[in-house]
Design a protein around this ligand. Structure first.
Ligand code: FNR
Length: 196
């Protein structure tokens, strides 16, 4: 076992958008987060749209789209979840992706991988319940999570433009701080859990 600690930037962040909708407000939020992130973070979306519904019947021979999902997570230094709340939980498409990545048994791609969760809703509690569910799932998947700051975004019309520009200064500052903290969190985890 190597004890050499590698933690030089840049840090690769794989991000999930939990919505498949064309006009997703969470996709817009993800665009804003990337714009506001510190320069040491590099972002790659991990797509979930084309995954079949998971069953352990696939475990003997994962399809290429699921192999790529696992590889994308494993290449990442940290994982960012930007998700809506559907019926007070996470969308089925996102849970399906997590189930794929967590299997076959013994090859859970999230193990020891730092993560952060954030989400937007038109509602006033801003995906808080879905995020709690997601945190529970990620705990089982052995992913160290950024505990604070929490981020529950109530998406009012015009708050974030399509190009990711945040029009409200206090929200912009909050989201910048959130991404700065995520960067620090990734680095902190990497100092004890080397990336390769
Ligand atoms: C919702 N919406 C919703 N909002 C919320 O705050 N809590 C909830 O539990 C739900 N439940 C829910 C279920 C389903 C099936 C849909 C389609 C929607 C509303 C939701 O926040 C809104 O549609 C957002 O625009 C979803 O985010 P995306 O998909 O635009 O990123």
């Amino acid at each position: 076992m190597s004890f050499i600690v590698e933690h030089e930037p840049p840090y690769q962040v794989g991000y999930f958008v939990g919505s498949l909708a064309g006009a997703s407000i969470n996709r817009t939020l993800s665009t804003a987060l990337i714009r506001l992130a510190p320069p040491e973070l590099e972002f790659t979306e991990i797509p979930i749209r084309d995954l079949p519904l998971y069953s352990y019947d696939f475990d003997e021979d994962y399809p290429p789209v699921a192999r790529e999902l696992k590889a994308a997570i494993e290449r990442s230094d940290g994982i960012l979840f930007v998700t809506p709340e559907y019926n007070r939980s996470i969308p089925g498409a996102l849970k399906n992706a997590i189930d794929w990545a967590s299997r076959p048994w013994g090859t859970n791609s999230f193990a020891r991988k730092p993560s952060a969760v954030i989400g937007a809703s038109p509602g006033s509690i801003g995906t808080a319940v879905a995020q709690q569910d997601l945190r529970s799932v990620l705990s089982f998947c052995d992913s160290p999570q950024m505990n604070a700051p929490e981020a529950y975004i109530t998406m009012t019309p015009g708050l974030i433009e399509d190009d990711g520009t945040v029009t409200e200064p206090s929200t912009e500052e909050f989201l910048r701080e959130y991404m700065q903290e995520f960067s620090v969190f990734i680095q902190r985890v990497l100092t004890v859990v080397p990336r390769r």
